[in-house]
Design a binder for this molecule. Structure first.
Ligand code: NAP
Length: 287
């Protein structure tokens, strides 16, 4: 299939690579064109100088950029995705953004005779590199069924959550749940270190019981060692939480504890930990 990928960051670069390796004909666009040329030398494929040119003739265009404003910049206007995307083709946005933006883009696509899916991902840098992301999708079922086999190139599991916007709402729940898990783990491991327990044995043991989690299996040991170089950064999680707080306000959903954790992440930023990964909540406790 002829497809395009807009945004070759930590996530987009390997995701686009998996599409090309799966046999699709991929055209990439990146704001900093050097990254697009590096991608081409790694994987082959084509490079375009605007999102509109990348989208021309494509059946599906994927994007994975930073936030709502960035998605608007690559999708709207003369050089944006919508202006190049043929009628009947699909625009799939993998950026973690607001549900309002998804609804806005969905209605533009509808007016143009194009289709739109909001499809934020979970699984981090390792998930993108290994092609095992989880994708939470909002949109029409028929469109999802067309897109799912193509997304399989970089996803282990994709789920249609409901109409446009539902993918982003599901991702907000994911972020709320995981930061609370990380804080529980940080407090537990700090307690264990203060008590002088052997944390390797501890993680091996309690990881098999009711307290076990992906975070415990994958970050427990590195949190004990205060290593925070594992992708998903504090800056990004605060962006995601701010989107969730806005949505919660409208829904009347209580996020009291999550707001407290956002304050902890703010402290970490103020101490220079912007690019540390999200397990750095434990850095607030001295080893
Ligand atoms: N990293 C993770 O573990 C992870 C996990 C799940 C979800 N996400 C989400 O996935 C998205 C991308 O994350 P990432 O880690 O790949 O970010 P990243 O490494 O910072 O890459 C961002 C990409 O978006 C492009 N971009 C940003 N603003 C743009 C603009 N205004 N116009 C054009 N291009 C723009 C950047 O282009 P340049 O190269 O030119 O700067 C770059 O290609 C974010 O929404 C993030 O929250 C990330």
């Amino acid at each position: 299939m002829k497809v395009a990928f807009i945004g070759l960051g930590v996530m987009g670069y390997p995701m686009a690579g998996h599409l090309q390796k799966a046999g699709h004909q991929v055209c990439v666009y990146n704001r900093n064109n050097d990254k697009a040329l590096a991608w081409q030398s790694d994987f082959g494929g084509d490079v375009a100088l605007t999102p509109a040119l990348a989208a021309a003739d494509c059946e599906i265009v994927f994007s994975c950029v930073g936030n709502d404003d960035d998605v608007r910049q690559v999708s709207l206007g003369e050089d944006g995705i919508f202006s190049g995307l043929p009628k009947g083709s699909i625009f799939i946005d993998h950026t973690t953004a607001s549900a309002e933006l998804a609804i806005e883009l969905g209605s533009i696509a509808e007016q143009n005779g194009q289709y739109f899916l909001d499809a934020p991902v979970s699984g981090g840098q390792a998930g993108a590199e290994n092609g095992v992301l989880t994708v939470m999708v909002g949109g029409d079922e028929v469109v999802f069924e067309r897109a799912e086999p193509v997304m399989d190139a970089f996803a282990r599991f994709s789920q249609l959550m409901g109409p446009v916007g539902s993918g982003q709402l599901a991702k907000m729940v994911n972020q709320i749940c995981f930061v609370n898990t990380v804080q529980g783990l940080a407090e537990g491991l700090n307690f264990a270190q203060k008590a002088g327990l052997d944390t390797d044995k501890l993680l091996d043991t309690i990881g098999k019981g009711a307290a076990g989690s992906w975070q415990m299996d994958n970050r427990g040991k590195t949190m004990c060692d205060r290593e925070f170089d594992f992708g998903f950064a504090v800056d990004w999680v605060r962006k995601d939480l701010s989107i969730a707080f806005e949505a919660a306000e409208k829904l009347g959903a209580d996020l009291t504890v999550t707001k407290q954790l956002d304050g902890y992440y703010k402290e970490i930023q103020e101490n220079g930990g912007n690019r540390w990964d999200t397990s750095s909540l434990i850095s607030r406790f001295k080893k």
